[in-house]
Design a binder for this molecule. Structure first.
Ligand SMILES: [Zn+2]
Length: 494
C-alpha cells in the first residue's frame, strides 16, 4: 500500500516537473528580431542647446497667478520658433486655451489615418526648501558633465524638444509624411489637463480618428526589473485611474476634561477608519497587463524566475506575494492602491474638536471604478457616521490597448532598433498622463518615453537635480526620427 502511494507521488512529481519544463521551454522569446541600423547622425550639441534653452522659461502652470505664467510660456514658444524654423514654416500651428499648441504636419494621403505625439510644456514647481539641494540652478539650463540640468530637462521638455528636432531634421532632408502628424504641446498636464481634453474635442469635431497617440510614460530602465539583466523598455498600454476621497467625522465639541464615550470622538472615529483602510488593502492579483508583462519577460530570465513566470497557473500566489513584498511600483501593478495623504483635526490641547478630516488618494486598477472603490471603502471603514466625499478631477482607469496592433508593433520595433538589446514588454502606467483624454479619438494610445533611467535616477523625476544625459537626448531624437520615418513614411502610409 505504502509503496503504491510512494509510486503515485513520484509519478505525480515527475509529471509536474515535466509540465513545468515544457511550459518553460515553450515560452520562447517574444522579442522582435531587427537588423542593425546605421546610426543616424544627430548634432548632439545643437539639440542639447535647444533643450537647455527650453528649460530656462519657468513654465509652471499655476492657478494662483491670473495669467498662469503666460509670459514664461510665450518665452518658450519664441524659443521653439527660433530653434525649429523648418518646422514652423511647414507645419500649421493652432493655439488652444491660450498657451497650448497643436501643430499639424499635413500628409500627402488624405485618407490615411493620422498619428499624434504628445508632450507637455509645463513643469512641476521646485518643492519649497529643496532649492539649495540642486547641484545646478533648476531654471538656468546648465549643460555640465554630459547632462542638461534643470526642471523639465527630463519631464517633459526632453520629449518635446526631441520630437520637434526629429521633425525639423526630416523636413530638412526633404521628407514629406504620407499621413498627417499632429504634435500636441499641452501647457497644463501637471495640473488640470484641460488642453488635452480641448485638443481631443477639436479633433473629434473635425471627424478625425487617430491611428496612434504616443505620450510620455514608461521608459528604458536598467536594473529595475528583478531577475532581468538587460535593459527593459515597457510601453504603457493602460493607465490606472485616479480617485481622491475626503473623509469627515463629526462629534460634539467640548472640553477635554470631560471626554465623550470611548470611540466617539471625531479624531477617534476618523483615525480608526484610516487605520482600517491602511490595513485592509484592495485585493492583489497577477492579472491583466501586469501578467502580460511578466509573461513577456519570462523567457529572458534565467533560473527559477523563468520557470515561475512561465507557469503562473501554479506559481501566481508565490509571485504575487513576492511582488507585494517588494512594495512601490511592483505592488502598485497588482492592485488598486490606498494612500493616506492628509489629516486635519483640532487646534487646542484642551478642546475636543468637532470635526476631523482626512484625504486618501486611490489609484485604480483597470476593472475598478470610482463607484466600486467608494462602495468597498465604506464597507471597510464600517461607520456610516463618517462622511465620504469625492474630490473633483477623478478619472477611471483607461481602457487597455492591444499589444498586438500594428501601432504597438511599430513602437516595439523602433525601440529594438534604436536601443539594441533592450527587451520590450507591455506595461501598466501607475501615474496619469494627458493621453487618457484621447480615448474618444483613438484606440491605440501608448505611453512611452525613450528615456534611459536607472533605479537611482527615479527620484530625480519631479524631484531634485532633474537632468538628462546629452547622449540619451541624441537617442531620443533618433527614436522619433526613425519612428516617424517608419509610421508615416512612404511604405507605412500606403
Ligand atoms: Zn510629465
Amino acid at each position: 500500500m505504502l509503496i503504491k502511494l510512494f509510486k503515485f507521488i513520484a509519478i505525480a512529481v515527475l509529471v509536474l516537473v515535466l509540465i513545468l519544463g515544457i511550459n518553460t521551454w515553450r515560452n520562447s522569446s517574444k522579442q522582435l528580431v531587427v537588423p542593425v541600423l546605421p546610426e543616424l547622425k544627430v548634432d548632439t550639441n545643437l539639440v542639447s542647446e535647444h533643450l537647455a534653452g527650453a528649460v530656462r522659461p519657468r513654465t509652471v502652470f499655476s492657478f494662483l497667478s491670473e495669467d498662469q505664467g503666460a509670459a514664461e510660456f510665450q518665452k518658450l514658444h519664441r524659443h521653439l520658433e527660433t530653434s525649429f524654423p523648418n518646422l514652423h514654416r511647414v507645419l500649421k500651428r493652432e493655439v488652444v486655451n491660450g498657451q497650448g499648441l497643436l501643430y499639424t504636419w499635413i500628409g500627402k494621403d488624405a485618407k490615411a489615418k493620422p498619428i499624434l505625439l504628445l508632450a507637455h510644456q509645463d513643469v512641476v514647481p521646485i518643492a519649497p526648501g529643496t532649492e539649495t539641494l540642486w547641484q545646478q540652478p533648476p531654471f538656468d539650463g546648465v549643460r555640465k558633465d554630459g547632462f542638461v540640468w534643470g526642471r523639465g530637462a527630463w519631464d517633459n521638455k526632453s520629449n518635446l524638444i526631441s520630437q520637434m528636432e526629429a521633425v525639423e531634421m526630416l523636413i530638412a532632408s526633404g521628407f514629406q509624411p504620407e499621413r498627417t502628424v499632429y504634435l500636441a504641446l499641452t501647457h497644463d498636464e501637471e495640473v488640470t489637463r484641460h488642453d488635452a481634453q480641448s485638443m481631443s474635442e477639436l479633433l473629434a469635431a473635425r471627424g478625425i480618428k487617430l491611428d496612434l497617440v504616443l505620450d510620455e510614460g514608461l521608459m528604458v530602465t536598467q536594473g529595475v526589473v528583478p531577475g532581468v539583466e538587460q535593459s527593459v523598455a515597457m510601453i504603457g498600454v493602460a493607465e490606472k485611474g485616479y480617485l481622491t476621497l475626503e473623509f469627515k467625522a463629526v462629534a460634539l465639541p467640548g472640553h477635554s476634561s470631560m471626554p465623550p464615550a470611548t470611540g466617539t470622538s471625531a479624531i477617534g472615529q476618523l483615525t480608526r477608519a484610516m487605520d482600517r483602510l491602511e490595513h485592509q488593502p484592495f485585493p492583489a492579483s497577477v492579472s491583466g497587463v501586469g501578467r502580460q508583462m511578466l509573461e513577456t519577460l519570462a523567457p529572458e530570465m534565467s533560473g527559477f524566475g523563468r520557470v515561475a513566470l512561465s507557469n503562473l497557473w501554479l506559481f501566481e500566489p508565490l509571485v504575487r506575494r513576492q511582488l507585494e513584498a517588494s512594495g512601490g511600483s511592483s505592488n502598485a501593478m497588482l492592485r488598486t492602491t490606498t494612500a493616506l495623504t492628509i489629516i486635519h483635526a483640532g487646534n487646542k490641547e484642551n478642546v475636543l474638536p468637532g470635526v476631523a478630516e482626512a484625504t486618501v488618494n486611490f489609484r485604480l486598477m483597470p476593472g475598478d471604478t470610482s463607484e466600486s472603490v467608494i462602495a468597498r471603502v465604506k464597507q471597510i471603514i464600517a461607520n456610516e457616521a463618517i462622511e465620504v466625499k469625492m474630490v473633483p478631477n477623478n478619472s477611471d482607469p483607461s481602457p487597455v490597448m492591444s499589444a498586438d496592433s500594428p501601432a504597438f508593433m511599430a513602437l516595439n520595433r523602433t525601440v529594438r532598433e534604436i536601443f539594441p538589446g533592450t527587451l520590450v514588454a507591455p506595461g501598466l502606467m501607475v501615474a496619469a498622463t494627458d493621453s487618457r483624454r484621447f480615448v474618444d479619438v483613438s484606440e491605440h494610445i501608448f505611453k512611452f518615453s525613450p528615456v534611459r533611467a536607472a533605479k537611482e535616477d527615479l527620484p530625480r523625476f519631479h524631484g531634485t537635480n532633474e537632468r538628462i544625459s546629452e547622449a540619451n537626448l541624441a537617442e531620443m531624437v533618433r527614436f522619433y526620427h526613425r519612428f516617424l520615418s517608419v509610421t508615416v513614411g512612404p511604405v507605412a502610409g500606403k
